[in-house]
Design a protein around this ligand. Structure first.
Ligand code: DX5
Ligand code: ZN
Length: 216
C-alpha cells in the first residue's frame, strides 16, 4: 500500500479554516487528521464538536479523528455522527479498551488505538487483531510543533513485527514532529500513515510540502 499523508488541522489557521480545508482537498493529502484534546488527559484544549462540524462540512477526504480525551465512550457516537472515517482512542485513557473499540466498530467506523511514547508496543498484543490502525505517538500528546522522539523508530519496527506475527491488518500511523527528514526512515521501517501539522502548515507552500511528503 502506498503511504498516506494526514495533515493535522491543529496547525491550521482557525480564522481561515475553510481556506485550509480547501487546500487539503486540493492537495495530494489522503486524510484530515483531527486532534481533539480535553485539557484533562492532555495538558491542552484544542477544539470540540462544533468546530469539527464545520471541518466535516468542508472536508472532501476521510476524517481521521484522534481523541486525546478521558472517557471517550461518552463521545464516540457524536464523533461517528460527524462522518469520522476512523476514531482513534488512547490506550492510556480507557479502562475497558476492548469494549470502547467494539463500540466504535459497532457504529460502522474504523477503530484506532494510540499509544504514548512511554507505552510499550507489547501493550497492544491482545487488541491488535481487533483494530484498523495503531497511532504511535512520536511526541507526548497535547501540543503541535514538538520534536520527534527518536525511540519511535524502534517502536515502529516492533509494531511492524507484531502486526506481521499476528497477521493483523492494522495500519501504522506516526503522529508528532514528522518532517521530510524523519519521514523517509519511518516509512522504510513500515509506517503507513504520516501525520504532519507544523511541517505542513508552517511551510511557505503547504500544498507543495504535502506533495513532497507524499513522494518520500
Ligand atoms: C499531538 C497531536 C499531533 C499534532 C502533530 O498531540 O496528536 O497530531 O497535531 O503536530 P506536529 O506535526 O506539529 O507535531
Ligand atoms: Zn494527533
Amino acid at each position: 500500500m502506498d503511504k498516506l499523508i494526514a495533515p493535522s488541522i491543529l496547525a491550521a489557521d482557525f480564522g481561515n479554516l475553510e481556506r485550509d480545508c480547501k487546500m487539503i482537498n486540493e492537495s495530494e493529502a489522503d486524510w484530515f487528521h483531527i486532534d481533539i484534546m480535553d485539557g484533562v488527559f492532555v495538558p491542552n484544549i484544542s477544539f470540540g464538536i462544533p468546530v469539527l462540524q464545520s471541518i466535516s462540512f468542508h472536508a472532501k477526504k476521510p476524517l481521521d479523528v484522534h481523541l486525546m480525551i478521558l472517557e471517550p465512550d461518552k463521545y464516540i457516537k457524536k464523533f461517528a455522527d460527524l462522518n469520522s472515517e476512523i476514531i482513534t482512542i488512547h490506550y492510556e485513557a480507557c479502562n475497558h479498551l476492548h469494549r470502547s473499540v467494539q463500540e466504535i466498530k459497532d457504529l460502522g467506523v474504523k477503530a484506532g488505538v494510540a499509544i504514548n511514547p512511554h507505552t510499550p508496543v507489547s501493550a497492544l498484543n491482545s487488541i491488535i487483531n481487533e483494530i484498523d490502525l495503531v497511532c504511535l505517538m512520536s511526541v507526548n500528546p497535547g501540543f503541535g510543533g514538538q520534536k520527534f522522539i527518536e525511540n519511535t523508530y524502534i517502536k515502529t519496527q516492533e509494531l511492524k513485527n507484531l502486526i506481521i506475527s499476528k497477521n493483523s491488518n492494522a495500519l501504522i500511523e506516526i503522529d508528532g514532529g514528522v518532517t521530510y527528514e524523519n519521514a523517509k526512515k519511518i516509512i522504510k521501517l513500515g509506517a503507513d500513515v504520516l501525520v504532519a501539522g507544523s511541517f505542513v502548515f508552517k511551510s511557505k507552500n503547504p500544498r507543495k510540502t504535502i506533495s513532497e511528503l507524499k513522494s518520500v
